[in-house]
Design a protein around this ligand. Structure first.
Ligand SMILES: [Zn+2]
Length: 308
């Protein structure tokens, strides 16, 4: 367990929190980091290795992470999702406007980086953000198996402050577990289809990239199994010429509006004519669903009418 800095240096939580409120509002839940910053910046204390306790802390699984708790996770690093840079202090990496750092004095600013990766263990995936201390080397961590020390931030990302390669034996274990993870991704997509049996492929793509899943979407769908339909949707059933549609899930509001307008102009249009228009406009929402949403019925003469 990390040393209790409050006890060791006689700090009161109140004074540290008060000081941090304006300076580090993002770390308020993390008493240890606040104490470290406060000791360094306000009391000008030279912290010992023990005070910093880089790779110490309980080892946790990804699904056990709680905001503000410093822990170690053992995980496989997946694809890099994004990178951000800013001009910062070469010593403390604080973001700078000019050449003056309020902690370190006059400095020559450098480009500082934040890289975010998907990392996973057998309990789940999370986005892990590597700060300038690790990311400024511009080394890619993709595909490595690491012990990562960090804290779950308010945005649900794991903020990494130190890493250590994992010993060979444990590495294999984590890698094996990551394979199990691929199955977890398949289960995840299956669960979604339990709730929403019909989804648009393009929405699934957005969901897939926002979740940063490591298995590609088509592979996941094939494993589930789920089927891509010619109308751009994905469903649990394989497409057949007589498959019924599930209207309410496929509505595209723009298309409903467009259809309403047409039906206002032609209040008694033939279904056949409407079908030609429907095909020409390359609507994605099934016609039946569109008509229903536009408040129309097909009468016994094959005319589409609005019911008000
Ligand atoms: Zn600085």
């Amino acid at each position: 367990m990390p040393v209790d800095l409050y006890q060791k240096y006689g700090l009161s939580e109140k004074e540290v929190t008060e000081w941090a409120k304006t300076k580090y509002p993002q770390f308020l839940k993390n008493k240890t980091v606040l104490a470290q910053l406060y000791l360094k910046q306000v009391r000008k204390v030279q912290l010992t290795d023990e005070d910093i306790a880089i790779m110490r802390g309980p080892v946790k699984k990804i699904n056990e992470l709680k905001p503000g708790q410093w822990v170690i996770i053992e995980a496989v690093v997946g694809p890099k999702l994004r990178e951000n840079s800013y001009n910062g202090c070469p010593i403390c990496f604080k973001k700078l406007e000019g050449e003056f750092c309020e902690i370190c004095g006059k400095v020559e600013p450098i480009v500082c980086w934040f890289d975010s990766y998907v990392v996973g263990d057998n309990t789940g995936d999370i986005i892990a953000t590597f700060g300038p201390k690790l990311a400024n080397s511009r080394k890619s961590f993709e595909g490595t198996v690491l012990r990562l020390r960090g804290v779950l931030g308010d945005q649900g990302e794991f903020l990494v402050n130190a890493i250590e390669p994992l010993e060979e034996g444990r590495k294999e274990l984590v890698e094996k577990k990551a394979e199990v993870d691929a199955q977890a991704e398949v289960n995840l997509v299956k669960e979604i289809f339990e709730k929403f049996p019909v989804l648009r492929y393009e929405d699934l793509q957005k969901w897939h990239s926002s979740r940063g899943l490591s298995t590609n979407l088509d592979e996941l769908l094939a494993k589930a199994p789920l089927f891509k339909w010619p109308d751009g949707t994905v469903r649990k059933e394989a497409p057949t010429s007589t498959s019924p549609v599930a209207p309410q899930l496929l509505l595209i509001q723009e298309e409903v509006e467009k259809m309403k307008k047409v039906l206002e102009m032609f209040p008694e249009v033939d279904l056949d004519s409407l079908k030609i228009y429907y095909t020409q406009e390359k609507f994605k929402t099934p016609l039946e669903a569109l008509l229903k949403a536009a408040g129309c019925v097909i009468d016994d003469k094959g005319k589409v009418r609005k019911v008000s």
